[in-house]
Design a protein around this ligand. Sequence first.
Ligand code: ADP
Length: 433
Amino acid sequence: MLTGAWRATLWRLLGLVAAAAAIGAWFGRPALAALIVLAAWTALMLHRLHRLCRMLDSRALLRPAPGRDPWSRIGQHLAQRQRASRRTRRRLIEQLRSFRDAAAALPDGVVALDPERRIVWFNAAARDLLGLDPRHDGGAEITHLLRAPRVVQWFAEGAETPLTDVASPADDHVRLSLRSIPYADARSLLVARDISQLQRLEQVRRDFVANVSHELRTPLTVVHGYLDMIEPESLPEYEPILRELRLQSRRMTQIVEDLLTLSRLEAQQSTPDERVIMAALLESLRREGLALSQGRHSIVLERVGDRDLAGSTKDLHSAFSNLLSNAVRYTPDGGRIVLRWECDEDGGRMTVSDTGPGIPAQHLPRLTERFYRVSTSRSRESGGTGLGLSIVKHVLMLHQAHLEIHSEVGVGSRFVCVFGPERLLPAAPPQAS
Ligand code: ADP
C-alpha cells in the first residue's frame, strides 16, 4: 500500500516537472521552470516530513493528515498500528491484573522470587503467614527474612522437596509447609501453606490411637492372665476353644503393644545418639532368629566393615528384629536367611534377605503402611500384626535412614536399612572380659 503511494507520487512529480518544463519552454526557460517546481515540491515534502516527525515525537495519540502522499500515508499507517498496539497492551494489562488478583486471593502465601532469590512480588497471605512487609521487603533476599536455620539450609540445598512443619515467622503457633516451584529463567514461586489445622487433626488421631491402645492394655492383661491360669488339659471338652482364646488374646496384646510402640515413635522428634554396638546387636539378633526358627532355617551372619551406629539401640534392635522375624515367619522350612551389616564412606546398610516366597512388585510401595498385608490369612497364621514394617519405617525415619525393599516372587526378599555416613561411628574397642 505504501509502495503504491510512493509510485503514484513519483509519477505525479515527473508529470509536474514535465508540465513545468513544457510551460517554461514557452517562455524559453524550461530548466528554470522545472527547477522551481522541484524546489516547491521538496519544500512541501519537507513540511510534511516535519509534521510527521513532530507528531511522532509527541507521545500523544497520532493524528495523521488525511493526504495521499507517502508522508501522510506513513502517518496513517503508524496511527493504525499504534491503535492496535494500544488495544493489545490494554488487554495484556487486564489479563496481568486478573492474574495478580487471582494470586492475591489465594489462601496460600505466594512469593515470586528472581534467580537470586530476591522478592519480586508477594500476596496478602504471604504477608500474614511469612510476616513480609510490602513497604520494605520487595527486592530483599528471602533468606534474609526467613532466617530459621532449617529454611536457610533448605534453600541452600536447592529447595527441591517440600519442607514441612516450619514455624511461621509471624506466629510461632502457626505451622507451615513450604514448597518452591521453579519457572522460567531460574525464577521460582515460594508457596507457604498453613498446615496447623492438619497437624492438630493428626495429633488428635495419634492421641486417640495411643489412648485406646493404652485403655485396652489393662483389660487384655487381665483376660490373658486368667486364660493362662486355666489349663486346657483340665477341661478337655473346651481345649480347642481355650487354645484359640489364648492365641487370639496373645495376638491382641501384640497389636496393642505394636500400636503403642508406633505412637511413641510418632511422638518422638529425635533419637538418643547413643553408640549402637553392631557386633553385639547382630549376635543378639542371630540368637533371636535361631530361637524363632527352631532349626527350620539356616541363619547366616555377614559383617563387612566394623563401624558402629549412632542412634537408639532399643529402637534399632526392634526394627531389625521385625525384619528378621518376618523373614523367619514367611520363609518356608529349609530356607536361608542372611543378616548382613556393611559400611563404607557412603554410609551403612543393614540387610535382611531370605529365600522366601517373595512379594509381587505391585505390593512393594504399600508394604510399610499400617495393617497392609500381601496375604491377610498368611500374616495372621504366622502371628503377624501388620504393623512390623510400619515400625521399621518410623524407626529409620528417626535415624534419617530409609528402607529399601527388593523382592522377586519365587526367589526371595531383601530388606535394606540404609543409613547416612553421619550415623557411622568408629567401632568400639572390644570389652575386656
Ligand atoms: P505382618 O505382621 O503382617 O508381617 P509387616 O508390616 O511386618 O506385617 O509386613 C507387611 C506384609 O509384608 C506382610 O503381611 C507380608 O505380606 C509382607 N512381608 C513382610 N516381610 C516379608 C518377607 N520377608 N517375605 C515375604 N513377605 C513379607
